[in-house]
Design a protein. Structure first.
Length: 64
């Protein structure tokens, strides 16, 4: 015999909730992975070595 409270509890939790939760978790993990990738790329660009001004001036004089 099931009690009325047990029937209500079953009705409040739809079957699709685990699927929706799994989809949310996947979306959050994807967003976190993409954010790490973007941060890594930005860091790489910011820390990349740059040519000195003398080298740039020398190259521009050659192309005149």
């Amino acid at each position: 015999m099931t009690l009325l409270s047990q029937d209500l509890f079953r009705e409040r939790i739809p079957v699709a909730v685990p699927d929706e939760l799994a989809a949310r978790v996947r979306a959050l993990r994807r967003a976190r992975r993409e954010a790490r990738t973007r941060a890594s790329r930005v860091r790489r660009v910011l820390l990349a070595p740059t040519a000195s001004r003398d080298t740039d001036a020398h190259v521009s004089k050659q192309h005149r």
